[in-house]
Structure formats: C-alpha cells, structure tokens
Design a protein around this ligand. Structure first.
Ligand code: EPZ
Length: 427
C-alpha cells in the first residue's frame, strides 16, 4: 500500500508554482469533443482525474498527444459514436460532462452513471432538466444514462439549485444547439468562466459567464484552438492553509488573487498575513490562529472544496469556531480522522463545532476523499510526530506533485510503500 508519511513541525518557507485548475480541465477536455479541429490545451495539471478524462477521449477515438507535462493536443475529429466506455467513466464525477458534449455534437449521448467523491446524494436532476429544455429525453438502462434529442434547440433553463455540473453540462449541450439558450441561476465559479472562454476561443457565442445569467447563441461549427487553463484556486487555498498551519512564509506563483478572495478574507480573520501581487500571493503566519466561523456557499462565497482544509486549521486555532457546510449533505466524514489526531470537533448534520486545541498529535489516518486528504496533510504538517496517511489515491486525483512541492518548501514528507495497512479502523 502507498502512503504519505509526514513528520510535523517544520515551518514551510519558499516559493512554489500553482498548477492549472483541475475543475476547469475536467470540463474543458470533454468540451474538445465539440470541436471540428485540433485543440492545444496548456497549463493542464498532471493529475489522475485529468489523465483519466484524456484517456476516456482516447478510448472514444480521439488522438491525444502529450506535448509536455502540462500541454495536451487533442484531435477529436475521429470520435464518431455518442458513447463513452463504462470502466473509466464510472470512476469520476466529471465524466458526466461527456453527456453535454456528446449531446451537443451528435444530438445524443450514452454515458455510464458517474462516480467521484462521496458527499451523500449527488443527483444530476438539474443537468437532465436542462437537457430536457433543449429538447432531449433521457432514460437509464444497464447503468448508462441515455439522452437523445430529435432536434437540439435553445431554451430557457432556470436551475433550482446553483450547480456547477449542471451549468457546465447545459453550456456544452447548448453551444451548437439551434437558437438561443439562457441559463438562469447559473454557477459563477472561475472554472465556469474558463470553460466559456475556451468555448468562445473555438468560435462559440457564450456571454455572461461569471454572472448568474448565461446566454448562449448556438453556432454551426467550432474550430480548433490553443488555450491556457486558469490556475487552481483550491490548490492555492490548500497551500495557503498549509503555510498558515506551520507558521510559515510562502509565496505562491501563478495565482489569480481575485479567485482567492473568500479564502484570503477568512485567513486574514484568523490572523494570517497575506500580501497580494499581480500573479502571486505571499502568506505569513507567526502566531496562534484565531477562531472564525465559516459557511460554504457557491462562488463568490467560501468554497466547499476548502472546507476540510480550513477545518483542519481551525482545529488548532484559539477558541471555538462553527463550520457550516451549506453545499453538500455529508462532507464531514474526515472529521473522525482529525479526531484521531486529537482534534475536538463535534458534527451535527451540516454543522461542525470546532474547539481549537494547542496542537494535534500524529496518528495513522486515511484520506476519505480528495479535499479530506488535503486536510490530513495540513493537520500532519502542523502535528507533533509522524503521521501516516492512507488512501492517497484520492489526493493524487487532484494535487499535482504535492509531495515534491511540499518538500521544496521544507516539509518532512515522503511516499512509502508498505505490505499492508498499519491502520486498524473499526466500522
Ligand atoms: C463541482 O461538483 C466540483 N467538481 C466539486 O469539487 C465541488 O465541490 C462542487 O462543484 C461545488 O462547488 C467538479 O467541478 C468536477 P454541484 P458538482 O452540481 O458539479 C446539488 C473537488 O473537490 N445538485 O455544484 O458535482 C448537489 O447535491 C470536487 O474538486 C442537485 O441537487 O457539484 C449539491 O448539494 C468535489 N441537483 C449542490 O447542488 C443537480 O442536478 C452543488 O452541486 C446537481 C447538483
């Protein structure tokens, strides 16, 4: 078994470069299917989820050429079936974006039901509602979702909940539909804007991305393009939290500070010093962190994908903090792992009450999902002793070179391979 081993207590110092945004990349790669030419995508993070998505396109008939570590060239013109293979697709949530892009390209799609991190129920009713407005019927058979339109045409979609996935999927289906689509109550995340910019660089007509009304005029053809993905807001936020947890002084290069505003505001409230520059940010902390309350919200609110990492920080802050998870039903599974390290946290539904303690103690723990894994890393960096983190495949899904980056900042971190588990969890 592969584990991350961290001996805590080292202050992080130095500079690292933030990678391209995972959640933009996993939307933009399927969007390439809509193109009639070759797309060159730069600043792609070299992580499992992205490589899985590129493999899915390859299996579907696309030519995928890795130009270098962070650049892919994809020729989708040989994809001629509106179907994506079961085995790879069911491993990741974002594979449901293939529904939108295949529907946009072929007016039909057949894709396995998506997998991904488990935060309770993860419905796709809003995606299907949007496809319905565009004229597509849906059905489920043998673990696959089928969507099909006789005539894919624009329409007016009002989302009942703000959903990143539904907004992406409806945009993908609508860019080549006949006529105008309006998405109201759309998600405003930076990766939605990035997807719109990518689609427009192929010749699409998408306006309003980043606001809650997106207007799309369907076009007949989309051309190949060269496009560079935005930096990863959550990866940056995770290293900001790591710097704060270790009383460090760290500069993160290749960031868009505007995307970090909600994270920066909360870290400042906790007493962390943050200096913003054009495309980098410096994080310094020298004292005990202060308590603060967090409520996760769709962008521009505090991102749910930073909730576990900030809770790890609050577990060593001075005082009692309340964390309210307002996006997902069940995103506190990792709290039991933090408790193994001595954290005092009680969870009631979507609320966690965090009683900050002086410091955490090392323990064998596991990553229960991607961001939970990031929270374990932050906790371990600050803890006394040596922590073993299991199930690091979740971390590898979303963080490029995490061990190398933290090592370059002075952390005592390595990957080890062991015969079997050192952790004996009870059910
Ligand atoms: C995206 O997931 C992200 N994933 C998640 O990040 C992130 O946590 C989430 O957005 C919220 O920001 C990707 O971008 C690949 P949603 P998504 O649809 O699109 C409800 C990470 O760690 N909902 O915005 O699946 C849903 O239950 C990952 O990088 C419906 O009710 O999330 C949830 O409560 C994990 N019906 C809320 O909306 C629907 O049809 C937000 O979900 C769709 C969603």
């Amino acid at each position: 078994m592969k584990k991350i081993v961290i001996t805590g207590g080292k202050e992080l110092h130095g500079k690292i470069r933030i990678s391209g945004a995972k959640n933009a990349a996993v939307a933009i790669i399927p969007a390439v299917i809509l193109s009639d030419g070759v797309c060159r995508i730069e600043n792609i993070p070299n992580i499992m989820d992205v490589n899985l998505m590129a493999n899915i396109l390859h299996q579907m008939g696309a030519t995928v050429n890795r130009v270098n570590k962070t650049t892919l060239e994809i020729d989708p013109t040989r994809i001629n079936k509106p179907e994506a293979g079961y085995e790879l697709v069911r491993k990741m949530r974002a594979s449901c974006y293939l529904l939108g892009s295949l529907l946009g390209k072929f007016s039909e799609a057949r894709v396995a039901l998506p997998g991904g991190c488990d935060f309770g129920v993860r419905p796709i009713d809003q995606h299907l509602k949007g496809f319905g407005v565009l004229g597509a019927e849906n059905s489920v058979s043998e673990g696959m979702i089928n969507v099909k339109a006789e005539h894919l045409r624009g329409g007016h979609v009002y989302l009942d909940v703000v959903s990143v996935g539904a907004t992406v999927n409806i945009m993908l289906a609508a860019v080549k539909a006949d006529g105008k689509t309006i998405i109201e109550n759309a998600a405003k995340e930076p990766h939605i804007v990035d997807l719109a910019n990518f689609l427009n660089s192929m010749g699409a007509d998408v306006r309003g991305a980043g606001t809650d009304i997106i207007k799309i005029n369907g076009v007949k053809h989309l051309n190949g393009t060269t496009y560079s993905i935005i930096p990863d807001q959550i990866e940056a936020g995770t290293y900001m939290a790591a710097a704060a947890a270790t009383q460090g002084d760290v500069v993160l290069q290749n960031v868009i500070t505007k995307h970090l505003e909600s994270i920066t505001a909360k870290l400042r409230e906790m007493g962390v010093q943050i200096e913003e520059y054009e495309d980098c940010v410096r994080i310094r902390n020298s004292g005990r962190l202060h308590k603060c309350n967090i409520k996760t919200m769709p962008h521009p609110g505090f991102p749910t994908d930073m909730q576990p990492q900030i809770t790890a920080l609050l577990s060593i802050a001075d005082g009692t903090s309340i964390v309210n998870e307002a996006v997902w039903d069940n995103r506190f599974k990792y709290v039991d792992e933090l408790k193994r390290m001595g954290a005092k946290i009680s969870v009631e539904g979507r609320i966690a009450v965090v009683d900050g303690i002086e410091s955490l103690n090392a323990a064998p723990v596991k990553a229960t999902d991607l961001r939970a894994g990031a929270a374990m890393i932050i906790a371990a960096l600050s803890a006394k002793g040596t922590t073993y983190i299991e199930d690091i495949q979740y971390i590898e899904r979303g963080y490029e070179d995490v061990v190398e980056k933290l090592t370059s900042l002075g952390a005592d971190i390595k990957v080890v391979y062991t015969e079997d588990s050192v952790i004996h969890h009870t059910a």
